[in-house]
Design a protein around this ligand. Structure first.
Ligand SMILES: [Zn+2]
Length: 292
């Protein structure tokens, strides 16, 4: 997630439809637990495994809450995409659904990460300000989208984009889908900088969108990048994340990410798995690292 940029249309009648999502949620939870508890390879860390089990619990709870039928919210289902939206925001929800259906296979192809059997859940909030308030942030500097615990939250695109093209070009959908795919395929086992590097790289490839810091490689200590990512200045943190992600991808090639995800899902610590698969200690690729 990154705060980025900052019009309601006719409302079509809807009939709330709540198919057997409880059963699907339960099956999803079971599948995740079985995967997490499966036979771990020699490189699996008990600490990572414990974190992955906690991740399964958090993710399952958040997804159930997001989809729980409640007054003032409705739902759209289409293939692997599920959109829960504020009543009155049907058209924005359709924009999100359509662009997510179009983007998901592209993001999966580009990253090499498999699309989970569980649908990706979007929550469409009434506006960027409402989205910010939901997460306790300053509504004067709202995000357009964010990924949290298995759910992608976005603001109704019709409140900030004049048309679908603008929404596709500037919107958060491919970026947040990249976060979702990585999270599901690793059972939550990766550092924040890595998912932000990946999501920016996906955004750049799908929409051409880049931030001002793209192409820079700010100097950041490896310990700060991993231990204090959220408290670093945004341009330093996200610039270093993209730079390091790109340098790793240069070393490993296109097929490295799915192999890395497989090792991470099996409980291997990130730094160990990355060093093995990319053939280099990631810390050495940082500006000022001993390898560059
Ligand atoms: Zn992000």
């Amino acid at each position: 997630m990154i705060p980025r940029h900052a019009t309601s249309g006719p409302v079509l009648p809807t009939v709330p439809r709540w198919p057997s999502w409880r059963r699907l949620a339960a099956l999803g939870c079971l599948a995740l637990l079985l995967t997490a508890l499966g036979v771990a390879p020699g490189g699996a860390s008990p600490v990572v495994r414990a974190g992955q089990l906690a991740w399964v619990g958090r993710l399952t709870a958040a997804r159930v809450v997001a989809q729980w039928p409640r007054p003032g919210w409705e739902r759209l289902d289409a293939g692997r995409v599920r959109v829960v939206y504020r009543t009155g925001h049907r058209q924005g929800a359709e924009w999100v659904r359509d662009y997510a259906l179009e983007s998901l296979p592209r993001v999966a192809r580009m990253t090499g990460l498999p699309i989970p059997a569980q649908p990706v859940v979007f929550v469409v909030h009434a506006s960027p300000e409402e989205l910010a308030r939901t997460f306790g942030w300053d509504p004067r500097d709202p995000p357009l989208g964010l990924y949290a615990a298995g759910v992608i939250h976005v603001a109704d695109p019709r409140t900030w984009a004049s048309n679908r093209d603008t929404f596709a070009r500037l919107g958060p959908v491919p970026h947040e889908l990249a976060h979702w795919l990585l999270d599901w395929n690793t059972l939550g086992n990766y550092p924040a900088w890595f998912t932000e590097g990946l999501a920016q790289a996906v955004d750049r490839a799908v929409t051409g969108f880049t931030f001002g810091w793209a192409g820079t490689c700010p100097r950041v200590a490896w310990s700060d990048l991993n231990g204090a990512f959220a408290s670093l200045p945004t341009d330093q943190a996200y610039g270093a994340a993209l730079c390091l992600y790109d340098r790793l991808t240069e070393r490993g090639g296109g097929g490295a990410l799915p192999r890395l995800a497989e090792a991470l899902a099996a409980g291997e610590p990130f730094a160990v798995a990355a060093a093995r698969i990319y053939g280099v200690d990631p810390a050495r690729l940082l500006p000022g690292g001993s390898g560059r």
